[in-house]
Write a protein that binds this ligand. Structure first.
Ligand SMILES: Cc1ncc(COP(=O)(O)O)c(C=O)c1O
Length: 449
């Protein structure tokens, strides 16, 4: 048993003082420091990070170039109003963001502080630009925790209980999740029923000319790492274009090289109207951005979307350094290469263990479904809890989502040696689970979503 006394002390104090609505507990890890892909906790235990703080630390823990950029900025000033005056870092960052996002047209940027407010802003933009009120999003999606973002999300009843009414006129459709098709189809029998469902809704109860936008993660995170068929995304895009509906992509989790492209929409031949980004944009400092064609951003009048510390200069400098690090250190390429390596390793484990039902994702955004039975696809939540907990005990940070899917999202700098060590531990742990060697202790600690 490893020593976790100092960590447990913080956990106990935290439980007494911090809102339970703000955490889905996994394990009692209290970070002391992080470098590269390695974390050390307050008791000196070291871990390989396969989680990147929820895909926030794409450039890794405390990357020296990003630390240097932050320090340089705070030595000059930390922040000064961009609501009433001007700051150069946010302008430079805005220019860089319009270059790395798809679409060869004049774009503009709205800054905020979190992925959630980015999604709220996208709703405002879609409504004001189109003059329409209805928004389409997807069942299982997570778009954040502000009122607009919760209204878009459809992942947890607890998120929505007791706080209504939520934003009106938001309609949730089944996502193109081919492993768990809402229409019971297989790849072979699929006729894009999920797209047909939206068309049916447009014929029967949602007048398409009243729909302002569709907000979608091009590769789903919390829905369960589903990667929709190209044809689905292309036809969905056409459906939007034919009906004057904005095609809005939430890249908060999958952006910034996570899937082996700057943005996950680039896996499809689609130029979105609006892109929302957050999480890894500033390598851990709070920042979000909405990028869209100029006329869409300009559809909102002053002061319809502003925040006191929006485009904060320190966060903006961190984001500029983040883009430079991703480019100069070829992290998008590493995401692809290491992603393929990790998927291959999981495929080998799948051959030996029925527990793994599916492995999917792109780049370093990989989901591994744990099932009780490959035919019924019954979710094995107990396996997910015990495996993640045991991995933590052995020095690998790995969590699960959607009740049974291992969420494999290490920093994009991860080396083959680190990934290989982590996978050796994960493989050994899966074996221990299959042999019934992991105790029930984890079931009392890990709650997940
Ligand atoms: C796809 C997606 N959108 C939005 C959000 C919300 O971002 P934030 O927690 O920064 O508000 C998240 C967070 O997990 C996310 O995964």
């Amino acid at each position: 048993m490893k020593n976790t006394n100092k960590c447990m002390d913080v956990v106990e104090k935290d439980t007494a003082i911090i809102s339970k609505a703000s955490r889905a507990p996994y394990f009692p890890l209290v970070i002391k420091n992080g470098r590269g892909s390695i974390i050390e906790d307050m008791d000196g235990n070291k871990y390989i990070d396969m989680f990147s703080s929820s895909a926030v630390l794409n450039t890794c823990h405390s990357h020296p170039k990003i630390v240097e950029a932050i320090k340089k900025q705070v030595d000059n000033y930390i922040h000064f109003s961009t609501d009433y005056m001007y700051a150069e870092p946010q302008v430079r960052l805005g220019e860089m963001l319009t270059k790395i996002t798809p679409g060869d047209f004049k774009k503009k940027v709205c800054f905020g502080l979190s992925g959630s407010d980015g999604n709220d802003g996208a709703i405002k933009l879609a409504r004001s630009y189109t003059g329409r009120s209805k928004i389409i999003s997807f069942i299982g999606a997570y778009h954040g925790s502000t009122y607009g973002a919760i209204s878009l999300s459809a992942i947890s009843l607890n998120m929505r209980r007791k706080i209504g009414p939520l934003l009106p006129e938001i309609y949730h459709m089944p996502y193109a999740d081919c492993y768990r098709c809402a229409f019971g189809k297989s790849k072979e029998s699929c006729s894009l029923e999920c797209l047909e469902y939206i068309k049916m809704a447009f014929r029967n109860y949602i007048p398409p000319e009243e729909v302002a936008g569709i907000i979608i993660e091009p590769m789903a995170g919390d829905i369960g790492f589903a990667v929709p068929p190209k044809k689905y995304m292309e036809e969905l895009y056409c459906l939007c274009k034919n009906n004057g509906i904005l095609f809005i992509v939430d890249e908060v989790q999958q952006g910034f090289g996570r899937t082996g492209k700057w943005f996950s929409i680039e896996h499809f031949s689609i130029i979105p109207d609006v892109i929302i980004m957050g999480k890894s944009i500033a390598s851990g400092l709070p920042l979000s951005a909405i990028i869209a064609r100029e006329e869409i951003i300009d559809a909102l009048e002053m002061p319809a979307h502003l925040f006191t510390v929006q485009g904060n200069s320190t966060c903006a400098q961190a984001a500029i350094a983040t883009i430079e690090v991703i480019e100069n250190e070829h992290l998008i390429e590493n995401s692809m290469v290491m992603g393929e390596y990790i998927k291959e390793r999981f495929k080998r484990i799948k051959k030996r263990h029925e527990l793994i039902g599916d492995i999917r994702g792109e780049g370093l955004s990989i989901g591994v479904e744990l099932v009780k039975d490959r035919i019924t696809k019954e979710k094995d939540t107990e396996a997910a809890i015990k495996i993640c907990y045991r991995c933590w005990e052995k020095g690998v940070i790995l969590i699960f989502l959607a009740e049974n899917i291992l969420r494999v999202q290490p920093p994009l700098v991860i080396t083959k040696e680190e990934a290989s060590t982590a996978l050796d531990i994960i493989e050994e742990t899966i074996e221990e689970y299959v042999e019934g060697k992991i105790s029930d202790e984890a079931l009392n600690v890990v709650k997940g979503w």
